[in-house]
Design a protein around this ligand. Structure first.
Ligand SMILES: NC(=O)c1ccc[n+]([C@@H]2O[C@H](COP(=O)([O-])OP(=O)(O)OC[C@H]3O[C@@H](n4cnc5c(N)ncnc54)[C@H](OP(=O)(O)O)[C@@H]3O)[C@@H](O)[C@H]2O)c1
Length: 269
């Protein structure tokens, strides 16, 4: 009989992470799910079968405490993230620093701590959750697009390094997914900003696209595929008609794709 694998799912308290945790529990994995304040979860917000652990990726001490508390894991799904918006000119330094610590450096630091066990036993799965906005950048999402592109670069490079040891890294890019993330986005725009009208248009369309997006359970199935395939693919995209959109990107000039992405968000470029 195959050994029971232990999976850490970051950001398992809502949205995509919650559905990944649910799917993995249903499939017989031991699941550790993280949130910044899991002790505040009400009983009906806790998934049966999930062991909750505190993890704030914006805080390096919290990453250290989390890995010390959980010990060895065989699988990590780097799902937790901040969705940040704001015109490049107006993003405060501390907001960009926090975003990169949460969405890039945190997953890198967590991976570094979890790798010795995976490499040593000749089995491991690391799944990073990016965003199609890294492949199709959008105005006023500069910090977020950059962070997700950085995460993708990390994942695809680490994969080449680790696959000879049986540790497979895959990167998943979701499109618009109906998780309610729009209500949790961080916004940075100055009072009287010259970007205000464009910004409001973009956010209105972004939130509407998210609300009419596919379900997080569908993304969870793709992430589980990336865990269970042998070997998994390096890249998966899901939602927002991903197969069609990526095919189009290969067929038409980049400027046309840029213009289509802008128009989908109400902007003329
Ligand atoms: N929804 C979409 O349309 C979409 C599209 C593309 C990519 N994505 C990506 O998919 C991932 C999940 O998104 P989602 O839509 O499921 O969002 P969500 O429902 O808002 O969930 C985000 C999760 O991340 C955790 N989290 C937030 N800040 C954290 C921090 N500093 N440290 C540790 N955990 C933190 C939250 O937990 P606590 O609040 O309990 O700490 C929560 O469990 C994110 O990486 C997001 O960028 C989403």
């Amino acid at each position: 009989m195959a050994p029971q694998r232990t999976a850490l799912v970051t950001g398992a308290t809502s949205g995509i992470g919650l559905e990944v945790a649910r799917e993995l529990v249903n499939r017989g994995y031991r699941v550790i799910g993280s949130g910044r304040n899991p002790e505040r979860l009400a009983d009906d917000e806790r998934l049966p079968g999930v062991e909750y652990v505190a993890l704030d990726l914006a805080d390096r001490d919290s990453i250290h405490a989390c890995t010390t508390a959980i010990g060895d894991v065989d699988i990590v799904v780097h799902n937790a993230g901040e969705s940040q918006s704001g015109p490049v000119e107006e993003l405060p330094d501390e907001a960009v620093d926090r975003l990169f610590q949460t969405n890039v450096f945190g997953p890198v630091q967590l991976t570094q701590r979890l790798l010795p066990h995976m490499r040593g036993q000749g089995y491991g799965r690391v799944v990073t959750v990016g965003s199609m906005l890294a492949s199709f950048p959008l105005a006023h999402r500069g910090s977020y697009c950059a962070a997700k592109a950085a995460l993708k670069g990390f994942a695809l490079s680490a994969r080449q390094e680790l696959s000879p040891f049986g540790v497979w890294v895959s990167h998943v890019e979701p499109g618009s997914i109906a998780t309610g993330i729009g209500t949790r986005r961080t916004h940075y725009i100055a009072e009287g900003s010259p970007y205000q009208a464009d910004y409001d248009t973009m956010i209105t369309h972004l939130d509407a696209n998210e609300q009419s997006g596919i379900s997080p359970a569908t993304v969870a199935k793709t992430i589980v595929k990336a865990i269970e395939a042998d070997p998994p693919r390096e890249f998966y995209a899901v939602g927002s008609n991903a197969p069609l959109v990526f095919a189009l990107r290969r067929l038409v000039p980049r400027s046309v794709v840029t213009s289509l992405v802008a128009r989908r968000h109400g902007l003329k470029r």
